[in-house]
Design a protein around this ligand. Sequence first.
Ligand code: HAM
Length: 403
Amino acid sequence: MIKALRGMKDILPPLNKKFEYFLTNASRIASNYGFEFIETPVLEETSLFKRSVGESSDIVGKEMYEFVDKGGNSVCLRPEGTAGVVRSFIQNKYDRILGVKRFFYYGPMFRYERPQKGRLRQFHQFGVECFGENNPLEDVNIILMLKEILDFFGINYSLKINSLGCDKCLPPFRQRLVKFLTDIEDGLCEDCKRRIVTNPIRVFDCKNKNCQKLLLNAPRLGSSLCEECEESFNFVKNFLNDLGIEYEVDSSLVRGLDYYTKTAFEFVSNDLGAQNAVAGGGRYDKLVEFLDGKNVPGIGFAIGIERIINLINLPQAKREGYYFGALDEKEISLLYKLAVKKRKNEKVEISYTPKNLKAHLKIADKKNVKYCVIIGENELKNSKVWIKNLDTKEEALVDMEKL
Ligand code: HAM
């Protein structure tokens, strides 16, 4: 038997309903905030991710589904959505138009990680990206929108924020950190030793207990921000306070992708287990320029759909639509024609197999329809159908013409 690949899952009942419910409502909230739908290809040039997510990140270094296509091009299944949206933004010259552009998207992402609960190799994200807005009020706006989405679905979460600085304050901080790390290098794990050279900031994300202990006295970016980054971070924190949005400043929050600048954030949920991040994001003010576009700032987030739908309870579904069934074979073709007519405006389920009334009613009930419509010999003779409202239990014989 052929099975799905390790770390790749079918989305089956009852999760399929939650998946749809999530997408409908997250898209609605994003639209309310002025975001419009964008779809970009799942396959992109490998260099797009190397240059944006960063060669030193785990995602690019270890987890990419990368291959050479039949034309000899190095291509890659997207590990995340931001890079493709930025590529499209530049390619379609939106970066040359003044003003703010907001996009939302959803779809499958691919990371060759070690699968475990909440961590898949093919997973889905719902993400948003806003371009052209420097004002830190947009950082607040993006966090508020994400909070609104999580609140709509009744998720328990806590919010962690940090500032990752900019190209003014990050390089001198990096130098200080490298000096500190070099002094304690012998005690660090192999990954962190490598990070001293490739991307020292990422040591703060190390899960190794010994490294975490050694890093307790490490210099922190939060206390090395330049005036502009500090002012912007203070603005965000004060505005969140004003709005009554609780958060924790986590100086270890560095995110797993290299493109971030200034505000970065993550929503984590204790209801999730070890992989507790429901969503994450932040500002990337240099990414558009770095990918050969104009100097346009950006900010966004992505929610892990498999993670969030595990926490969603669907509202009680109301009965909806019709179920059509026949008692004998000879009524089926007329039944089908009537049902097709009804289906123009209503949700309609049709049974092609004749059954007794009790069996039809049982199926109609299971399918949660509102009306069960039955045709038998007598109904056929009199050009009527028998119909039952499964909410009120009312029954009636109705002219076929009037159905
Ligand atoms: P990320 O933090 O790498 O950010 O991923 C966002 C979310 O995707 C995570 O919080 C998690 O819920 C989910 N996720 C990540 N990896 C997996 C996995 N292997 N299995 C299941 N779920 C997973 C980004 O991808 C950025 N592009 C977000 C962003 C948008 N930043 C700015 N704009």
